[in-house]
Design a protein around this ligand. Structure first.
Ligand code: SF4
Length: 273
């Protein structure tokens, strides 16, 4: 049954679960009260905004490359230092996709607990009956530690959801956890991708944890502020919580707050040539 505190038809995502895990109050403000962005996230504002826009365009360029648009056309769009560097790194990297079926901007949805959970993938590359590789492009300012990425909701949700809802990609047979691997490719650290294989124990752990977390949120009526006030420096809801009026800087940003918002494919404008 849908909790009255959540909007009707609410579908969970790695992003909303991460918000709740970081700060229940942030989840409430963003997803229940649906407040827009009342404060800047990071200083300097323009630099951060530009990097986020560049990150979105980079995702679109890679997607267009993967569906076959010519590199010469796409390369013209790499007209800033960041985009030029990321694009050059992308074109120069061997992603070992030969022999795979590739699905870009794929969305999977499955019931978890009393709600629906969705995952939006940059790329899933499949060798039917053998392996499935989940690729995610990151334009982070700093490369995070493996332990930190392993604990991210994205890592847990994306692998679990491919098991739960990916059978149609595998001739109707659900992928076994052992067949799945998630790879974060960092555009600024092209030779240091992070690999996260999967196994049945991890899948059971993730499924149980996600079910528990989603049901907990659905039954919640009280959303406390995080006790870790470091998270507030990069949070746009600071003014609602009396947690400071000044945004954190990109230079001070540690790996707990990489300078990249979640990419929402629906919000990325189509590339015009
Ligand atoms: S400012 Fe801090 S307490 Fe308030 S929503 Fe953001 S992270 Fe949570």
């Amino acid at each position: 049954m849908v909790s009255p505190s959540l909007p009707s038809g609410f579908t969970f995502s790695q992003s909303s679960l991460q918000d709740y895990s970081d700060c229940p109050r942030r989840f409430q403000l963003r997803f229940i009260e649906q407040l827009k962005w009342p404060a800047i996230e990071t200083e300097p504002v323009l630099e951060n905004e530009r990097r986020q826009q560049e990150g979105q365009l980079f995702h679109r360029m890679v997607q267009q490359n993967l569906i076959g648009l010519p590199n010469e056309k796409l390369s013209r769009l790499a007209n800033t230092p960041n985009l030029s560097r990321w694009w050059g790194n992308y074109l120069g990297h061997n992603f070992e996709l030969a022999g795979t079926n590739q699905r870009t901007e794929l969305t999977l949805v499955a019931p978890i607990g009393s709600f629906w959970l969705q995952a939006k993938y940059d790329l899933v590359a499949i060798k039917p009956g053998e392996r499935a590789f989940i690729y995610d492009w990151k334009t982070y300012h700093k490369r995070p530690r493996e332990e930190w990425m392993a604990a991210r909701m994205q890592t847990r949700v994306y692998r679990a959801m491919l098991v739960e809802a990916g059978a149609f990609l595998n001739d109707g047979n659900p992928f076994l956890p052992d067949q799945i691997e998630m790879i974060y490719w960092y555009a600024d650290y092209p030779s240091e991708p992070a690999h996260f294989p999967y196994n049945p124990t991890q899948h059971k752990r993730d499924r149980d944890a996600l079910t528990g977390l989603i049901n907990e949120i659905g039954n919640h009526r009280h959303f406390p502020l995080t006790e870790d006030e470091k998270k507030c420096a990069y949070c746009p809801y600071r003014s609602y919580c009396n947690r400071g009026g000044k945004a954190g800087t990109m230079d001070e940003m540690n790996e707990s707050e990489p300078s990249e918002t979640d990419i929402n494919f629906e919000q990325i404008a189509e590339i015009e040539f």
